[in-house]
Design a protein around this ligand. Structure first.
Ligand code: ACO
Length: 323
């Protein structure tokens, strides 16, 4: 059967770094409070004029280089983002053009912090059905543009960044020993739209609005739905928890990551975390963590990786991938 196999990753983080101490200059907050409640130390912030497409293009170029493929052989670009450059066209088509890709399809998807899991699900389906041979899947965000910088309960949580992965159709035997995506499932429940949203949008206010959140409720949903979506995959594949080599969850908050790992009874050493240095980069957080851990040699060929996420919508889901 055809599997979507990861053949390269890339990432880009804006140069400017904002520390917790920078917030305490203008807001009633402290490094100690932020560290204790979130585990976040710093975040990257896009420069003026530096847009989501710029971050995504840099991540995409690095993924192409690391995969050692010619960009024109890529026949699908999916860009997961909640912060596109413009209302139209999609940011994905801009990135496609800047990478020199002229065939296939390119589009954005918005599933907020679950965006990368949604994008991988769609890419996997198109590869498994034989419609696509090589897909570039990117998560890229400039959340700094939709934050209320006076709301200490939300602005400290997010950062900007982008990362990308190239998936290639490869013929595999159809067992759990295969490389590639072994399981992928996405969910949503719109009854929770008000828990995490922006105060405006194109059709409602003709502005982007700023992010608002009911933090405690999001925490509760994330710490139950993320582990449940990993369990769903394990059950479907008839695998045991201890067969997971790495848990690479959406990087929202260190306390959420710890809670997810505890519920799955996975050792801390198996959890890849980047939230301390990147904060929450929404759709970019899982590919940023995958890129970092594969580049530093922790994730190796043949490792089984579980990637759950939850985001606004609410949306959630998980993919299980053998590297
Ligand atoms: N500095 C200092 N005090 C703060 C700050 C801050 N940055 N932010 C909030 N506070 C205050 C509040 O005003 C409140 O004060 P009060 O008691 O006088 O009213 C007090 O701290 C406690 O506030 P809570 O909101 O109850 O704090 P909580 O322990 O829930 O932590 C947090 C808040 C960190 C947002 C937590 O709810 C959380 O992590 N939620 C998950 C949300 C998340 O990570 N979302 C990311 C997007 S969704 C996703 O990616 C899954």
């Amino acid at each position: 059967m055809l599997r979507a196999v990861a053949i390269g990753t890339g990432a880009y983080l804006p140069e400017k770094i904002m520390t917790n101490h920078d917030f305490s200059k203008n807001l009633e907050t402290s490094h100690e409070w932020i560290i204790e409640r979130t585990g976040i130390v710093q975040r990257h912030i896009a420069a003026e004029g530096e847009n989501t497409s710029d971050l995504a293009t840099k991540a995409g170029l690095e993924a192409v280089k690391n995969a050692n493929v010619a960009p024109e052989t890529i026949d699908l670009v999916i860009l997961a983002t909640t912060t596109p450059d413009d209302t139209m066209p999609s940011t994905a088509t801009k990135v496609q053009h800047r990478l020199g890709i002229t065939k296939g399809a390119a589009f954005d998807i918005n599933a907020a912090c679950s965006g990368f899991v949604y994008a991988m699900n769609i890419a996997n389906g198109l590869i498994a059905s034989g419609q696509v041979k090589r897909a570039l899947v990117i998560g890229a965000e400039t959340y700094s543009r939709i934050l209320n910088w006076e709301d200490r309960g939300t602005c400290i949580l997010f950062g900007d960044g982008a990362a990308a992965i190239i998936l290639e159709a490869q013929e595999e035997s159809g067992t759990n020993a295969d490389r590639g995506i072994l399981f992928s499932r996405i969910h949503s429940d719109g009854q929770y739209t008000d828990l995490l949203k922006t105060t405006g949008g194109i059709s409602s206010t003709m502005t982007a609005g700023v992010l608002t959140m009911v933090g405690k409720e999001i925490f509760r949903h994330a710490s139950s739905k993320m582990p449940a979506s990993v369990e769903e995959g394990l059950q479907e594949l008839r695998l045991n928890k201890d067969e997971i080599d790495w848990l690479v969850p959406h990087q929202a908050n260190m306390r959420i990551l710890t809670s997810v790992a505890q519920k799955l009874k996975l050792a801390e050493e198996k959890v890849i975390t980047t939230v301390a240095m990147h904060a929450n980069t929404s759709a970019a957080s899982i590919p940023l963590a995958l890129h970092q851990a594969s580049q530093d040699g922790r994730i190796k060929k043949g490792d089984l990786i579980a990637c759950p996420a939850l985001g606004a919508g609410l949306t959630w889901g998980c993919f299980l991938l053998r590297w």
